[in-house]
Ligand binder design. Structure first.
Ligand code: SAM
Length: 299
């Protein structure tokens, strides 16, 4: 009995097609130069995703739609299918039920080198990075969490390899919720989550600057003035402190405001050749105009 993993929406399809496009271009460009090309899926899921379409009756404009349940490829399966192939794939997943689905995926691909790690993505990634030499390898890591699970220290470790390109679906709506308008509304739980995500408490002064005192010398209440786009720029600036380059992200969902996620490509390699290549491929894939045109011509 296959395990159902339902998540995301329209934007999930787009996110996965962008990452797939990058993986294909990555192995095509680097295969002649590197013997070791790795793919690491740090929030791997099951390898597939269940898409449910609700039954809908006809109305004056639309035809009726029958209920349908469809199984599509998730990121782990997509990475396995990429040609030229990755030499080594690592699937990290915390949920035991999903691990059994990933084991089935391995059983169907016994000729491939695949490792499954049942543990927290942050711990597994840090160990993988410190236990390997990165000079002779290039890798893509996909960070596709539900929420704010990715720690700053994990991003630091990834950036330090200078060999890994990181696709990061950043939970902008989660940040918006934790970083409440008024600083005084941030409880200990939210404060800890923000500090884990940004690596120190510098976010407090950066997102909630002191205002000027009024005529009686009273300081105004500290508030976050940044809107979602401003927060996205803040996140990009912070990621740029760690990585060789961070491309302008794609806001997802593409047709809804405010955005829920920002899809980032962060390049740890600092050489102009590596950054140039990743930018050529990544900027094309992340260009919002391209996706809006595809959507409207498909309608
Ligand atoms: C959005 S889903 C990933 C979907 C997957 N990329 C795909 O395309 O099929 C997020 C996954 O992360 C897993 N997860 C959540 N927290 C985790 C953690 N701290 N470490 C590892 N996996 C985690 C969840 O069980 C879930 O399967």
């Amino acid at each position: 009995m296959p395990i159902d993993h339902e998540f995301g929406g329209q934007h999930t399809e787009l996110k996965l097609s962008i990452v797939e496009g990058y993986l294909k271009a990555f192995t095509t460009a680097l295969r002649p130069h590197f013997q070791h090309l790795w793919y690491v899926d740090a929030f791997a899921g099951t390898g597939s995703r269940t898409v449910r379409t609700e039954r809908r009756g006809a109305d004056l404009v639309e035809m009726p739609v029958e209920e349908a349940i469809e199984r599509r490829r998730g990121s782990a399966q997509i990475a396995l299918d990429v040609q030229p192939t990755f030499d080594f794939l690592v699937f990290i997943e915390k949920n035991t039920n999903y691990i059994s689905a990933l084991n089935d995926l391995v059983a169907k691909n016994l000729q491939r080198r695949i490792v499954i790690a049942e543990e927290d993505a942050n711990a597994a990634l840090k160990r993988l990075i410190s236990n390997n030499s990165w000079r002779d390898k290039r890798a893509v890591v996909f960070l596709d969490p539900y929420g704010m699970e990715v720690e700053w220290s994990t991003l630091q470790a990834l950036a330090s390899t200078q060999a890994i390109d990181v696709w990061f679906l950043f939970p902008l709506a989660g940040l918006f919720r934790q970083a409440t308008r008024k600083l005084t509304d941030i409880d200990d739980h939210k404060r800890a989550a923000l500090t884990r995500m940004f690596g120190s408490n510098s976010w407090e002064a950066e997102l909630y600057p002191d205002g000027d005192p009024d005529m009686f010398g009273m300081l105004p209440e500290r508030r976050r003035d940044l809107d979602p786009k401003g927060l996205e720029r803040y996140v990009q600036a912070r990621l740029s402190e760690l990585f060789g380059a961070v491309l302008n992200p794609l806001a997802l969902p593409i047709d809804r405001s405010p955005q829920m996620f920002s899809l980032f490509l962060c390049i740890s390699n600092r050489t102009p050749e590596a950054i140039g290549l990743a930018k050529r491929i990544g900027n094309h894939l992340l260009d919002p105009k391209r996706h809006l045109i595809v959507r409207s011509s498909a309608q």
